[in-house]
Design a protein around this ligand. Structure first.
Ligand SMILES: [Cu+2]
Length: 115
């Protein structure tokens, strides 16, 4: 009888442990995916693509494919890359919606949106 009672007891206490394990497993599975890297090419005086939508914390890499320097500057001038040359790149981790342009060629514009 004592054996039987022990069996019931241990069965009961296994349930919360099982639920906890399931909950932990679910938390791990549903946590944010790893940050991704997105490439924006600079080619023929354009940012390509000029508009992208990404996840918060993703990185954007601008790669200059023109024969001359460009930069990436925030629309409000609060941040800027240095000018970078052909086949050079510059990157930034994005945490908010941004509009930017090239301060060397002000017609060049781009937008990043957080989804
Ligand atoms: Cu430029």
């Amino acid at each position: 009888m004592a054996m039987f009672r022990f069996f019931i007891k241990s069965k009961m206490s296994a349930l919360p442990v099982l639920l906890l394990a399931l909950a932990l497993g679910a938390t791990t599975r549903w946590k944010r995916p790893e940050p991704r890297t997105h490439v924006v090419e600079i080619r023929h005086m354009k940012f390509i693509p000029s508009e992208i939508t990404i996840a918060k914390g993703d990185k954007v890499v601008w790669v200059n494919k023109d024969f001359f320097a460009h930069d990436v500057t925030g629309k409000d001038d609060s941040w800027s890359s240095k000018p970078f040359q052909q086949n050079e790149s510059w990157s930034m981790v994005i945490t908010e919606d941004l509009s930017y342009y090239c301060n060397l060629h002000k017609v060049m514009k781009g937008t990043i949106r957080i989804k």
